[in-house]
Write a protein that binds this ligand. Structure first.
Ligand SMILES: Cc1cc2nc3c(=O)[nH]c(=O)nc-3n(C[C@H](O)[C@H](O)[C@H](O)COP(=O)(O)OP(=O)(O)OC[C@H]3O[C@@H](n4cnc5c(N)ncnc54)[C@H](O)[C@@H]3O)c2cc1C
Length: 292
């Protein structure tokens, strides 16, 4: 199928794009990399009167360090994040997670703003930004505001974005250099969206006790799920096999997966448990600790 007819607009600045959004409201849709929107248009699941192509707004493509955050512009391509030395240095979890997104061709076109706005519950970026307690900067014609992932992601493919708003920037807190990380997932085929994915970061003190734990699951709830019970449980513990087993059990109890064609509730829950344990083992190793 082909998309329904639309009028194509190509603003050359952020302000111009925001003015289009303010003037056209619900009749307009932003297109950035087009990797998710084009199939939606082709299937006529969405029939906007106007498409606002932000693909050439260069001011929205950047990766920089700012006030303790790694800050990434919405139009930055997954591929640029994947190969950025700054991302590798300041937020290696993100660099690792991005490599799980689709295939190189998709990462070459897809943008981080598009992934966040699309809000797929199995998307890697929503899971990472939730685990790290990052921030999403939203712009509109009259200014901008910063929201948490919890405020932003409402349910499957639905966010708090209003018709006159767009994602401008993602902000990831920089964690201690000594911390270890791991992003892992299970998908039916290489490059598919994950059935379940886990993002983990831990840091340990000189006594091998956990001082920091960040954990989130994707694909297991309608929105990314911060595994707070497991995080709290881990703090102050020496990571023995039993401790990791118990943390993984808490993680699997906290998620509320749905059953679908690809996996039952029980299967997804058991994936959360297995992947959480594996992710923690690797993160602890990378933090210089040991899990015996
Ligand atoms: C075969 C295939 C496999 C894929 N596998 C994965 C995967 O494993 N993991 C994964 O996370 N993704 C996957 N994707 C999706 C891919 O990551 C997309 O790049 C991403 O979801 C959307 O980014 P985009 O720039 O292409 O956005 P678009 O497709 O252009 O837009 C997507 C939606 O976001 C809105 N939008 C875009 N940018 C903004 C903005 N700045 N502000 C507000 N709204 C905006 C659009 O209006 C639209 O509703 C896959 C895609 C394909 C085709």
């Amino acid at each position: 199928m082909k998309p329904a007819a639309f009028e194509y607009l190509r603003p050359s600045s952020l302000q111009e794009a925001l003015q289009f959004l303010a003037d056209l409201g619900e009749d307009a849709k932003i297109i950035s990399g087009g990797q998710s929107l084009i199939p939606v248009l082709n299937m006529r699941l969405s029939t906007p009167k106007y498409l606002i192509d932000i693909g050439r707004i260069e001011e929205l493509s950047y990766i920089r360090e700012e006030d303790g955050y790694l800050v990434i512009g919405a139009l930055t391509k997954h591929r640029d994040v994947e190969f950025s030395p700054l991302v590798q240095k300041l937020c290696p979890l993100l660099a690792e997670a991005v490599r799980w997104i689709g295939h190189p061709q998709i990462r070459q076109r897809g943008t981080i703003g598009g992934s966040i706005a699309h809000a797929d519950p199995s998307g890697e970026l929503p899971c990472v930004i939730a685990a790290l307690r990052g921030e999403i900067v939203i712009a509109h014609a009259d200014g901008e505001e910063t929201v948490t992932p919890e405020e932003f992601f409402l349910t499957y493919l639905l966010t708090s974005l209003q018709p006159d708003q767009m994602v401008k920037e993602l902000r990831f807190p920089i964690l201690p250099e000594t911390s270890g990380y791991e992003f892992t997932e299970v998908a039916r085929r290489h490059g598919d969206f994950a059935l379940v994915e886990i993002a983990a970061v831990v840091d340990l003190d000189e006594n091998n006790q956990i001082t920091l734990a960040r954990l989130a699951a994707g694909g297991a709830n309608p929105v990314p799920c911060v595994l707070e019970d497991a995080e709290e449980f881990l703090i102050g513990k020496v990571p023995t096999v039993d401790v990791l087993e118990e943390a993984a059990g808490l993680a699997s109890e906290q998620v509320e997966p749905d059953s679908d064609l690809h996996g039952s509730v029980d299967y997804r829950r058991s994936l959360v448990k297995t992947l959480t344990k594996r992710a923690l083992q690797t993160a602890i190793k990378r933090a210089g600790g040991n899990a015996r």
